[in-house]
Design a protein around this ligand. Sequence first.
Ligand SMILES: Nc1ncnc2c1ncn2[C@@H]1O[C@H](COP(=O)(O)OP(=O)(O)O)[C@@H](O)[C@H]1O
Ligand SMILES: [Mg+2]
Length: 414
Amino acid sequence: MKKISVLIVDDISETRESIRRLLQFESDIKVIGEAGSGSEAIRLAEELHPDIVLMDINMPEMDGIRATELLTLRVPASAVIIMSVQGEQAYLRRAMMAGAREYIIKPFTSDELAGAIAKVHEIEERKRQALGASAQAAAPVSQPRSGRVLSFFSTKGGVGKTTLAVNLAVSLAATGKWRVLLVDLNLQFGDVAVFLNLTPKRTIADITQASSLNYAEIQSCLLTHSSGLQVLTAPTRPEYAELVTAEHIDKILTEVKPHFDFIICDNISRFEDISLVSFDAAEQIWLVVSTDIPTLKNTKLSLEVLDGLHHSDKVRLILNRSGKEMGLDMQDVEKALNFRVSYEIPSDGRNLVAAVNKGVPFVSGHPGSKAAEGIRKMVEDLTLPRPAQDIAKFSPQQPSLWHYFRGIGKVFGF
Ligand SMILES: Nc1ncnc2c1ncn2[C@@H]1O[C@H](COP(=O)(O)OP(=O)(O)O)[C@@H](O)[C@H]1O
Ligand SMILES: [Mg+2]
C-alpha cells in the first residue's frame, strides 16, 4: 500500500526532528520533507505534493495560518493539520477557516499524531473518490498558466514604477486566484525587497551561476510574500548585477511563464538590453509618467522608440502623483503625449512614503486610500475577460508636442 506522505513545517529544527522521530516507526507514513518557514512550505508542497502537511502556527515572516490559506488554494490535494500549543486556541478557529482539516495540541504522542494523520488522510481519500475524476481535472495546480508579462517602465527614477509594480502585484496575488511573480530588473539598485520587507537570500544573480538555468533553479531563488506574491529579487550588491545578461532574463521569463498567471517586471529607467527583453516578452508595457515637463518630453520620446520597436499597442500609460497642485492635469498629459492615460494615481505622500518605510504595500496598509482604489481598478481591468480590455491609443488631436510645451511654457512664464 502507498504510504501517506507528510511534510513537516516548523521554524524550530529540533521540533521538526522530534516530529520526524515520532513518525519513524509508523509503517504507513513517510516524511518526505521539512520546511522551516511558511514560504518554504508552499514551495515544497508545490514540488512534492504531500498528502499531509503538519503546520506549526507560530512562525516568523509568514505564520502557519496564512501559509495554510495559500496552500489550500495552491495545492488543494495536500491536507493541512495544524500543530499548536495550549493557549493558541484563539488561532485554531482561524486556522480551520483558512482551510486546515484538523489540529493537534503540542506536546503530542506518536499515537495521537499518527492517528490524526490517518484520520485526515482517510477522509481526504473518501472525498477524492466521491469527487472522482472531475475533481482531478479541476485541480488547478498542474495546469499550465498563461504567464502574462507586465513590464513597468519610466524615463527617470522616482516616478513611481516600483511603488505601482509592487502594489499591483500584491493586489493580484492577494485575491488568491492568481499566481503572481514580481521580478526586480533594476539589477544594481533594485528595491522591491525593501518595499515588501523581504530579506533576499538567493537572488536573480544566483540563478545565472547555476549549471543549468531551469525552473527548479529559479524556484529555489523565489521569496514568498505574505500576500502569496512570489518575488525574484535583484542582486544584493550593485557589482553582482553584471552577472545577469539579457539572455539570462530572456530564458528566465520563458521558464517562469507556464508557472504563473502574471509576471510583473520592474525595470530601470533606461532603454537597454534587459529592459528591451522584458518589453519583447510583455503583453503590456506600463509606462509611468508624472506631470512635469521634462518627464513628458522624455515620455514622448519613449513612446516614439516603443513605436519604432512595434510595441506601441502594448503601452498603457499611468499618470502617477497627479493632483491639482501639480499644474498639469490628465487631459494636459493626454494632449501632450497624444496618448490615452489608462490610470491615474493621485499624489499621496503621507500614506505612500510611510508605506515604503514600513515595508507594507499601501494596498494593504491603506486600502481606503485613493491610490489603492486606482490599483484596484487596474486589477479589475487585468482580470476581465481579455477582449474587454481597454484600448490605449488616443485619437490624434495635437499636431506637435513641442507646440504644446511652448503653450504650457507661456502659461507658466518660461
Ligand atoms: N502617488 C504617489 N504619491 C506620493 N508619493 C509617491 C507616489 N508614488 C510614488 N511615491 C513615492 O515616490 C518615491 C519613489 O517611488 P519609486 O516607486 O521608488 O519610483 P521608481 O521606481 O520609479 O524609481 C517613493 O518614496 C514612493 O513612496
Ligand atoms: Mg524603482
